[in-house]
Design a protein around this ligand. Structure first.
Ligand code: 3EB
Length: 324
């Protein structure tokens, strides 16, 4: 055992063009039509790399069933699961899914939740506090423990289309570790867990980002789903180009927070993978044009069809950044 961990033992992400990355990934994300596999991101793939592989050293154990899957290395683990909705009750399904997640994760060797992806159908259906995203937030808040909120994991919540002929379901994919991450907030944005009452009965439980492996040569910064929100106000309704530019400004402010917290620089050029979720597939060309004006490596950007949790917003981004 050396004290400076080999980078291969720590988290790094490679896209399908990136070779095998040395060994087996902890988790390989694939995108497209929903399937029973709880790891599959149920968002149509519009452009860019087709898979995202998350490596974290040698895999110890893994298991894989239709509604739950997990694997772990020494430091990291993932757990993915789905819960069918009974009679469209998204709140109960979210509570059930988070109870199951915590039941799996808390007694394990990797009890810290670093990042969670939440996918479910018809996210903007229902008015005001009946909107399904808000009900999802209520169910999640009901199920989680004190450790979850102190501070909450980085997260994404995106609306997707469920597989034809199958029940609607809540799908969670969680990245866990044997040590906590450093949670990040964005000075341009109100912490989501402090959103005012107008956005729902409970504030969403997520942090804007997570800083990992700050003890190594190459820390990573995981950016949560980032949209065109300044303070707590949605900006540029109806203008996808301006929304994406605002989202990039939020992302750059978050990267700067990573620098403040660990003294290492994070830049758009250090992006290992960026997901762009678009409500309207027709916005692909304009999204690609905005991305091409930025320092992001265009080959590391993938575009997916997905619904943002605020109906007035058309685009959300998330990603993984390696320190320079
Ligand atoms: C926002 O700023 C955007 O409820 O887990 C982004 C990431 C968003 C995670 C969640 C919601 C969530 O409010 C929406």
């Amino acid at each position: 055992m050396t004290s400076a961990a080999a980078p291969a033992d720590r988290l790094h992400v490679k896209l399908d063009s990136g070779g095998d990355g040395g060994g087996e990934p902890l988790l390989r994300f694939e995108f497209g039509a929903a399937s029973p596999d709880p790891r599959r991101v149920p968002c149509a793939h519009l452009a860019g790399p087709a898979t995202e592989s998350w490596y974290a050293g040698e895999i110890g154990e893994s298991a894989d069933t239709c509604d739950a899957a997990w694997a772990h290395s020494e430091r990291y683990a993932y757990c993915a699961l789905s819960v069918d909705e009974a009679d469209g009750d998204i709140e109960a399904a979210a509570a059930n899914a988070y109870q199951r997640l915590l039941t799996c994760v808390r007694p394990s060797a990797h009890p810290y939740l670093l990042r969670v992806w939440n996918y479910f159908t018809a996210i903007n259906e229902g008015q005001d506090d009946d909107e399904r995203y808000r009900r999802f937030c209520v169910g999640r808040a009901r199920a989680v423990d004190g450790m979850f909120n102190d501070p909450p994991p980085a997260a994404t919540a995106i609306g997707a289309v469920c597989a034809e002929g199958t029940p609607a379901r809540v799908q969670l994919i969680a990245l866990c570790a044997n040590v906590p991450a450093t949670a990040l907030e964005n000075p341009r944005q109100t912490p989501a867990w402090r959103y005012p009452r107008e956005y729902g009965p409970v504030s969403p439980g997520f942090s804007r980002g997570a800083l990992l492996d700050a003890d190594t040569q190459t820390p990573r910064l995981l950016a949560s789903g980032t949209a065109s929100i300044v303070g707590h106000i949605s900006r540029h309704a109806g203008d996808t180009t301006a929304q994406l530019r605002e989202s990039l400004a939020n992302l750059m402010a978050l990267l700067d927070q990573g620098h403040q917290r660990c003294g290492r620089r994070f830049e758009l050029a250090g992006c290992e993978s960026l997901r762009v979720y678009l409500r309207q597939p027709n916005d692909l060309a304009i999204a690609q044009a905005v991305i091409s004006e930025s320092e992001l490596p265009a080959g590391h950007v993938l575009y997916l069809r997905g619904d943002v949790c605020r109906r007035e917003l058309n685009v959300e981004i998330e990603g993984v950044f390696a320190a320079r």
